[in-house]
Design a protein around this ligand. Structure first.
Ligand code: PLP
Length: 394
């Protein structure tokens, strides 16, 4: 099945408004099928979970449906799928639970490539537990995360390594598998931030070697739901702070308060929507097929964007990672990133300017005090025409 970007675009009601969305790394638009699934729940009899009546059974089915869908998206056991309000909130819950197993003198390793949501929860949990934080650094020119440094960073006291599967600022995809192997060789656990990576290619969490993998459905055409997955047997060993009467089951024990059932229906619909772009006997196979088509399309569009930006004397690209998502950070001579984003925004072109919470990276490359950089990202509905629009407006 060939990838037809216009057919894809026609399924996104929001695109009719005519904005050129290069803000995908900050959140994507949603297809009608996702909006309909959310609205359907809000228009149906749906009650709280675990009751002996039909509308409660519907809520239970929605939660299970979302876990199953995420299982197919990430190649994981649905019984280890934690569904929360955001990746940030989930990571705080997980960090709090893991920190209870740490002692003074234990160590955690975070990276300067990461979004702060995969840094600060660990730094703060380490401080509370008396653990030491060690930093994996980036090469400030390439924005790569050299993996050789992990040989020095990891010790027998390392309990947790946190690293991103892809930088939301510059797209760098570090060698997560190698970091996983190095961490495991020291007996440490690995938390991978998959928020930026998940929309840009098929994810196989066990193959990646992640003990915990987090992502956010609003980055892949779904609603604002944060997802953290792990082997349910690993989750069984952890005791997050929770209310006394709330479920002690796994994964429910990691989910605080009553879930947003309508949003969870949207999560399953988003996975189904992605899967419907591909072919295969199972939903997982269709997801993998669809993701490879999305990846090829995005590369096509991104190459035009990257080449167009590279050709300009007044544009400086941030880093040049060898493996990357279709996301680029750049600065423009004599203009602040905020001026550029505002001027493009006035022309209906959506880009972000600043640090996008990749604050350690911006500090490291020396841009934090001058407004960071402009960021443009390509997603499944981006087109080369939109790229030309951006380049022309620039
Ligand atoms: C790479 C990355 N990690 C984490 C987050 C935080 O996700 P959430 O908004 O679900 O807390 C974001 C959000 O932009 C992100 O891009």
């Amino acid at each position: 099945m060939a990838y037809d970007v216009q057919a894809v675009r026609s399924q996104f009601p929001a695109l009719v408004e005519g904005l050129a969305h290069f803000d995908g790394p900050g959140g994507t638009q949603v297809p009608a099928a996702v909006a309909d699934a959310v609205a359907h729940v809000l228009r149906s009899a749906v009650s709280n979970r675990h009751g002996d009546f039909a509308s409660s059974a519907r809520a239970d089915a929605i939660v299970e449906g979302a876990r199953d869908a995420v299982g197919d998206l990430l190649a994981v056991d649905p019984r280890g799928v934690v569904l929360g309000p955001s990746m940030t909130a989930n990571t705080y819950v997980l960090a709090g639970a893991l920190a209870k197993t740490w002692a003074p003198g234990d160590e955690v390793v975070v990276s300067r490539l990461d979004h702060d949501a995969n840094v600060r929860p660990w730094v703060q949990a380490a401080a509370a537990a008396g653990a030491t934080v060690r930093w994996a650094d980036i090469d400030e020119k390439t924005c790569e995360l050299p993996i050789e440094q992990y040989a020095d960073l990891l010790t027998d006291r390392t309990r947790l390594v946190a690293v991103t599967a892809a930088s939301n600022a510059v797209g760098t995809r570090p060698d997560v598998r190698a970091i996983a192997d190095a961490a495991h060789a020291r007996g440490a656990l690995l938390h991978v931030d998959g928020v930026h990576a998940t929309p840009h290619g098929a994810v196989d969490v066990p193959a990646l070697g992640a003990d915990f993998y987090s992502c956010s459905a609003y980055k892949w055409y779904g609603p604002h739901v944060g997802i953290t997955v792990a082997d349910p047997a690993l989750l069984e060993t952890l005791r997050p702070d929770k209310l006394v009467p709330s479920s002690d089951d796994v994964p429910d024990r990691f989910e605080r308060g009553t879930s947003s059932f309508e949003q969870l229906a949207g999560v399953a619909a988003a996975v189904d929507w992605i899967a419907a772009l591909g072919t295969g006997a199972t939903r997982r196979e269709r997801v993998v097929d669809a993701m490879s088509m999305i990846e090829a399309h995005e590369l096509d569009v991104f190459t035009r964007l990257y080449d167009g930006l590279s050709a300009r004397d007044d544009v400086t690209l941030l880093g040049c990672p060898s493996r990357r998502t279709p996301t680029v950070g750049f600065t423009v001579d004599r203009r602040t990133p905020q001026q550029v984003a505002k001027a493009l925004g006035d022309k209906g072109i959506c880009v972000w300017a600043g640090n996008y919470y990749a604050v350690e990276l911006m500090r490291r490359v020396g841009l934090e005090d001058s407004g960071g950089a402009v960021r443009a990202g390509v997603v499944c509905y981006s087109t080369t025409d939109e790229v030309d629009r951006l380049l022309g407006a620039l």
